[in-house]
Design a protein around this ligand. Sequence first.
Ligand code: ZN
Length: 468
Amino acid sequence: MKLFNSVILSTFLSVISMPLFADESPITPEQKATAQQLMASALKSDLGFNIVESLTTEIGPRLGGSEAEKRARDWGVKLGNELGFDKAWIEEFTMPFWDRGHLHIALTSPYNQALYGSALGGAAPSKKEINAPIVYFRDIHALTAIEDGTLQGKVAFVDGEPMVKSQTGAGYGPSNQKRRIGWQHAERGGASALIIRSVGSDSHRFPHTGMMSKNGDKWAKIPVIAISNPDADHLRRLHNLDKPLAISLHSGSDWQGDVTSGNVILDIIGSEKPEEIVLIGGHLDSWDLGTGAVDDGAGIAITTAAAKLIANLPKRPKRTIRVVMFGAEEVGLLGAFAYAKKHEGNLQNHVLATESDFGARNIWRIESFVNPQATKLVDEIAKIIAPLGIVRGGSDVKGGGPDIIPLANKGVPTIRLNQEGTDYFDLHHTPDDTLDKIIPEELAQNVAAYAATIYLIADTDIDLKAKR
Ligand SMILES: [Zn+2]
């Protein structure tokens, strides 16, 4: 009884001590109804799919800094104008261009066999054909432990395991260490080249390309090649049989000097607070092996289509919605840094930023990094988009996507709508990243989630900025 009374008392006290209107939703019934309409129209619309089909078919692969990436920028501005965005323009920047060139790679001992490989971004050319024995390393840790100069006249091969599949892509970070820093240790050992198992979760004979990391301001002076998972499995089995492994390798990849890249920017101007910007987007460049449908034509399509559906409303939301098609993401977030630098004096007006860069499977979670007072707004948005199959994730997860990192680091609040990523790293950076992998209904679910979320953030007066 005593317990019962104290429960009643404490409940009573907590009710009377609550601030006035604490239960009032930060979203009006009209805003909620508009968000629901946006979701319904997005699920029926094929605009998103049409955009990614157009980009991947009419432009094709678009390596950062290439002529194809320039065509993609022109395509982006034309698309923005055709869709009726209020403003569409390009902000150019200069970047060093790395070109893949040709590649020949084959096993020559214990017998001749072609390998399926791809140079990694930033790799140097072989001056002539390399014919050398392979030294096998079980994983990146075995390579980092070598003594200086012990790989002279040899080619290092770093094995490892295929990347672990997970919904969040959590296996990527640990797995890509061999891609990022392996070359520094192979060079320290004096190796003529480095070969790594691809950073990918598939069992197909597709190599996964990707950028290496610079060491200070230095790039690799040796060729660095990723081979497909089945080829890496094959080398492991031969190594386990104590067979002498040797390779022939010729790679033409090299740096080509400075070129122009750029970000494409499309604005839907806000009706009451046009200076306040809700930034969404994806990256316009892709790796050159596939057509960059999943990475990241999908992100361009999802965010552009979502903004267009919001623009179709009878009244613009209060804040400006800005779609940024970032250039040269794959080769080092160059467009992201260029944007943050160019707009550094106006970042206080960027009320939120988020990027779609994790494919086009269904969105299943919303995470946020906004001030504690604005967390309730995101909680309420999560309830509105829940019928799409989306749960509320963490409210203290800094992120927003790779191109958002420089903005988030300068205090711009972020959210992230997480796509289901279990098969993302089967396709990532391979020749198999093509349009047929995108399921139109799932892409439409993405557009619905973005449209509702971004509309609700653009039409609120709530300040999301953290005073941390
Ligand atoms: Zn990407």
